[in-house]
Ligand binder design. Structure first.
Ligand SMILES: NCc1[nH]cc(CCC(=O)O)c1CC(=O)O
Length: 328
């Protein structure tokens, strides 16, 4: 074997990752799969992002992409070869010089309630008779839907903005500061902590964020061979579903901190897309859905995107812009 060939096969691919437990878990899973698909070793390179070091609330930092930009800078500087992001944290605008080489099959899309004594929402409300249930979440999307649920049954929920990693967040329910927290099921599953979920919140109660449960594997656009190799991890139904959700989000000109939810599901050969936008107090919740044929071929992503744009247009007709302008 020639020396050059040997080098190409044994030089590790560098995977840039945040060092939070969730990011490390996600990157570790992808590293194993990429190593299997490419036959090359993959090494993790830890990158610190502003979102990890800042104690400000995400809404105050100014929303989209705080976890993402440091990884992208490292990619463009050639310090790493590829990066794994939670798709729901990715701004909808495509960055110059980078490619979404793969979107692997999605995990559970639902949000999860982690509550004291393993209670579900209904029981929590009963047990807290006389005082509002205190639920930790800083997400306007989750606040809007929790509050709407409470209002619909004449109850009250007090949402408390929290930050920190999953451990810190769950800790608030053990210390008694909060009755419950809402987290993405996918993250808890990837951390091996699904046993702590007291209730999976059905999409009818809590529609997830665009891209929730999906990962995005990104590399430089000038590395077409690597992009093609990473493409082995791509899952077309997931890619199409998140394309619809993100097109809706982009067309509403909303960021990850807006009270916008979207979920696309493939049924037979059709894609069904649901969207929700509301006010964080839950007083108004605009819900719409649409369905369209989705051939799973090279046109899938574009077809899905058109469905997202069409639903966004209907939501805007229904007054979505006015709802997004609202601030707590
Ligand atoms: N914004 C933080 C974030 N980004 C992705 C996930 C979970 C994993 C996923 O949705 O893929 C989380 C934590 C949470 O919402 O509980």
């Amino acid at each position: 074997m020639q020396q050059g060939q040997l080098d190409a096969e044994t030089i590790p691919l560098r995977l840039g990752t945040r060092r939070s437990p969730l990011a490390m878990a996600q990157s570790g899973m992808v590293a194993r799969e990429v190593s299997r698909a490419t036959g090359r070793p993959v090494e993790l390179v830890e990158i610190t992002t502003y979102g990890d070091t800042s104690r400000e609330h995400l809404a105050q930092i100014g929303g989209t992409g705080v976890f993402v930009s440091a990884l992208r800078d490292a990619l463009l500087a050639g310090e790493i070869d590829f990066a794994v992001h939670s798709l729901k944290d990715l701004p909808t605008a495509a960055p110059e010089g980078l490619l979404l080489a793969a979107i692997p099959e999605r995990e559970d899309v639902r949000d999860a309630l982690v509550a004291r004594e393993g209670l579900d929402l209904e029981t929590l409300v009963e047990k807290c008779a006389g005082r509002p249930v205190r639920i930790g979440t800083g997400s306007p999307r989750r606040m809007a839907q929790l509050n709407a649920w409470a209002r619909s049954r004449g109850q009250e929920i007090e949402t408390v903005p929290i930050r920190g990693n999953v451990d810190t967040r769950i800790g608030y329910t053990h210390s008694g500061e909060l009755d419950a927290v809402v987290l993405a099921t996918a993250g808890l599953n990837r951390l091996g902590r699904s046993a702590e979920i007291s209730q999976h919140l059905a999409p009818e109660l809590m529609l997830p964020a665009p891209g929730q449960g999906a990962l995005a594997i990104e590399c430089r656009a000038d590395a077409p061979e690597l992009a093609a190799a990473l493409g082995a991890l791509d899952h077309l139904p997931t890619r199409a579903a998140v394309a619809a959700e993100r097109a809706l989000l982009a067309a509403l000109e909303a960021g990850c901190s807006a009270p916008v939810a979207a979920l696309a599901r493939l049924e037979e050969h059709e894609l069904r897309l649901e969207g929700v936008i509301g006010t964080t107090d839950g007083a108004t919740l605009l819900m719409m859905s649409t369905t369209g044929p989705l051939p799973l071929d090279g046109t899938a992503e574009q077809t899905a995107r058109a469905l997202g744009h069409a639903l966004a247009a209907r939501l805007l007709d229904g007054g979505a812009a006015g709802l997004m302008g609202e601030r707590v």
